[in-house]
Design a protein around this ligand. Structure first.
Ligand code: CO
Length: 131
């Protein structure tokens, strides 16, 4: 398992990209993930990425997060080889997940989230890349 990305909730992907462009040069990848109601820009930093997450509308859980806590770090994501096996393993150890089954993530990945109440209040994403 390795750190894959850090998710950051933002009001505007474009405005936040402008901040990071003042620090470094990069080529971001963009997408929209309907299941998470998120407009995403991925900023590569070495082997990992910053995942900038803008709500697609007021019904997005990201919009609620920003309203409650402001913009900022939303989750950290670990890459796993087999997300269903990881869900079984962690489930057996008492961790609870947001979804019963892996959900479609960005660029063909499968994702699920361990509830923050089980992790010391950090939302942890498990992500299995498309192969
Ligand atoms: Co993520």
């Amino acid at each position: 398992m390795k750190l894959d990305h850090i998710g950051i909730a933002v009001k505007s992907v474009d405005a936040t990209l402008d901040i990071y462009r003042r620090m470094m040069d990069f080529q971001e990848r963009r997408t929209v993930v309907e299941s998470q109601k998120a407009k995403i820009a991925l900023v590569p930093i070495g082997d990992i990425s910053l995942e900038l997450l803008e709500p697609t509308g007021p019904d997005s859980s990201l919009a609620k997060f920003i309203a409650d806590r402001g913009e900022g770090i939303h989750h950290i994501a670990f890459e796993v080889e087999d997300i269903e096996a990881s869900m079984r393993e962690y489930g057996a150890k008492g961790f609870h997940f947001t979804y019963d089954k892996p959900a479609p993530g960005k660029f063909g990945s499968l994702v699920n989230f361990i509830l923050p109440r089980d992790t010391g209040r950090v939302l942890i994403e498990l992500t299995q890349r498309s192969h």
